[in-house]
Design a protein around this ligand. Structure first.
Ligand code: COA
Length: 182
């Protein structure tokens, strides 16, 4: 398995992967929603606000993708990225690819000087990768969260300890700027 620190040139393949994977796991409507989100992130987001990682199988095809985009805190100059969406090809799931891809991405982000990674998903999965539940008073979210228990964060800078409160308000990239995602 090879991990790439860019998705440039593979946008169409990755959008198709995310669309069919989420359609298989959560139904066709979710597939379209997440596929459109991935398209907007990959093709319509400023490159300085997007960090995209892909897992390539032996024949070179993309079998997994993890997209991180910037969260901006109005009164805080730390670099914060939110992970999502992330997916692994349905027939390749459960083999550790997702975990290895996200861990690879997090290491690359730490090397690039990113301070904090957050995500909004299943705590049972993401806590295995070092994410911990977060209080929105410490790490404000860009929208009211329908599942606050899924708001998770990981400090990547320095000693990688607790996240010091981020001073909002918080703004996400345009692609995620829709309450449907939160
Ligand atoms: C979630 C996903 C990216 C994980 O990738 P993966 O390569 O299958 O996961 P790994 O093999 O690295 O990890 C497997 C572990 O995750 C758990 N897991 C897999 N999918 C999960 C999910 N959707 N929610 C919670 N846990 C999940 C497995 O039970 C397993 O746990 P274990 O090792 O303790 O038995 C992948 O299953 C996927 O694409 N799912 C559909 C889309 C999705 O739900 N994406 C996440 C939301 S953005």
């Amino acid at each position: 398995m090879l991990f790439a620190d860019t998705c440039v040139g593979r946008e169409e393949e990755i959008v198709a992967l995310l669309t069919r994977t989420f359609a298989a796991s959560d139904g066709p409507e979710e597939g379209v929603l997440i596929g459109t989100l991935a398209d907007n992130l990959l093709r319509r987001t400023d490159s300085k606000d997007l960090f995209a990682f892909a897992a390539h199988g032996d024949c070179g095809a993309v079998v997994g993708a993890a997209l991180f985009s910037r969260l901006t805190y109005a009164r805080d100059d730390r670099t914060v990225l939110v992970l999502g969406p992330v997916a692994v090809e349905t027939n390749a799931q459960g083999k550790g690819i997702g975990r290895a891809l996200i861990a690879h991405g997090l290491r690359a982000l730490a090397r690039a000087g990113v301070d904090v990674a957050v995500t909004y998903g299943d705590p049972a999965y993401y806590t295995q990768l070092g994410f911990a539940p977060m209080d929105q008073a410490i790490v404000p979210a860009p929208f009211a969260l329908s599942r606050p228990e899924g708001w998770l964060g990981l400090c990547l800078a320095g000693e990688a300890g607790e996240i010091a409160p981020l001073k909002g308000p918080c703004r996400c990239v345009t692609a995620l700027n829709d309450p449907a995602f939160w």
